[in-house]
Design a protein around this ligand. Sequence first.
Ligand code: SAM
Length: 215
Amino acid sequence: MSLTVRDYDFANNLPPLAIHEDPTGQWSLGVAGTIWDSSYVLARYLEKSLAQQPITNQSNILELGAGLGIVGMSLARFLPSANIVLTDKSDRLKLLQHNVQSNNSTATVAGYDWETPTSALEEQNWDMILISDCIWEPSLHTILLQALHRVMKPTTVLLMAYEVRNEPVEEQFLDSLRHTYTLQYIPTEEMDEQFQSDDIRIIRAQAPVGISEVH
Ligand SMILES: C[S@@+](CC[C@H](N)C(=O)[O-])C[C@H]1O[C@@H](n2cnc3c(N)ncnc32)[C@H](O)[C@@H]1O
């Protein structure tokens, strides 16, 4: 097993997460086998925003397309009693599961393909949905949107980081989200000073206030 290990360092003095990656593709995980830059930006943003605006340790938090797990596992360090579920396609969970175990994370792992409705996950009342670098492939936009409509509840907050690679296409995805949700770009001043980049954005989305049901 030719894995490499990269440390994810927190902004404060917590011990780092050791993230195993599969750069040579031997585990056949495709894009889920390596760490994508947006995940550092989102994880550090979450750390900074939690310090300023704590959220309850009882939260239900779902990560879609979690890859190797940096975002959800880093959040779990601050919210050890929260229900934080890291999901990806079922055939891509092996290394994610390995990372969760080797870091003694309190996050859990579950298979969730955006294409396949899964009532066990979709019926839960998620406080927050996390997504990092999952709109890189336009052919997946429709199924990701459909999955979001199934998991987002009236009070769920979506935080989605993405890298700008083809802005008109990414804007189309965001326009589709705007049909149902109110969107806000997180200002760079609110991101971690070290972990930000001109081409990485974070979107916050939520159903408009007063909407009791979102389909
Ligand atoms: C570019 S990677 C980003 C991984 C991780 N979030 C990060 O930022 O490092 C995209 C992720 O989306 C996942 N993905 C792609 N298609 C999916 C699908 N149909 N259902 C669930 N996850 C999917 C991939 O397996 C991969 O983990």
